[in-house]
Write a protein that binds this ligand. Sequence first.
Ligand code: HMG
Ligand code: MG
Length: 298
Amino acid sequence: GLPAKVTIYEVGPRDGLQNEKGLVPTDAKAEFVRRLVAAGLPVVEATSFVHPKWVPQLADAAELMTMLGDEGRDLPVLVPNERGLDRALELGLRHVAIFGSATETFAQKNLNRSLDEQFAMFEPTVRRARDAGLDVRAYVSMCFGDPWEGAVPVDQVVGVGKRLFDLGASQLSLGDTIGVGTANQITGLVEAFVAAGMTTDQLALHFHDTYGQALANAYAGLQAGITTYDASAGGLGGCPYAKSATGNLATEDLVWLLTGLGIEHGVDLGRLVETSAWMAGVLGRPSPSAVVRALSPG
Ligand code: HMG
Ligand code: MG
């Protein structure tokens, strides 16, 4: 049967905003994070300690985390390398996430490294984070298709994903960066990771909704026993280094599905919709989430 309880890993402030062209003020980002936490989201990924030239929108990562103070201490942040880790450690943060690529082309475009070289960057990053007592999440991107390489062999995804996880992560998030995957692929990849020795609670699913498959794919994940889902409030999101990556699975759409299925999630949908409607105002355009549009007044 389906799981009784699911953890929603909110990525709105990071994946949701990283692709926005107009700079969002730091205090609006802080308010976004606080409102998401107040809406009951158990995990809110706050920002990225990447190179500021690569993702200008998140160049204020240190200011944001300083502004959040104690409220931000347990929120995860992306770190690609030791420099990013040092910046997170200086602020006393406790949860970091590395992000690898299942394909050669995206490793080059997103990390300026080859598929193989990325491990040399992540290995000391994870080792030092673990030595300092931090929790580490690992992402693997382009799990279901790559805009330059097309189909990505399942064996390749499992090989890269396991290698990233085995550096010392507590969870591996399987990313459909460009939203091309379909339900059968989700089932197949989860089965392949389980066959390779991982458990369903070590895996998370990270969907972008480019082809409108995200919610169907989440349902496939539930049927396969996965209990952690990444989602972005209001369906914001995209990766600046992956052409054709649009918004993430909208948290509201996921919450609607889970509630309908009787699966516990702990999120107050009304407060979440208000937050996304407010952020849509900050960004100056309506939310792409169907549930936000259905539940917003006016
Ligand atoms: P690089 O140019 O190869 O970096 O970039 P480098 O190691 O050669 O260093 C060059 C200079 O940058 C040095 O300064 C470093 O100190 C500095 P210099 O000595 O020349 O003065 N530097 C940094 N400064 C601040 N913070 C840092 C940092 N690192 C180096 N962390 C790098 C390599 C990985 C840094 C770069 O490619 C990068 O920042 N990439 C990030 C791209 C990104 O953020 N993409 C979006 C997130 S991934 C995503 O969205 C997918 C996901 O959602 C899952 C999915 O959907 O599939 C997670
Ligand atoms: Mg993403």
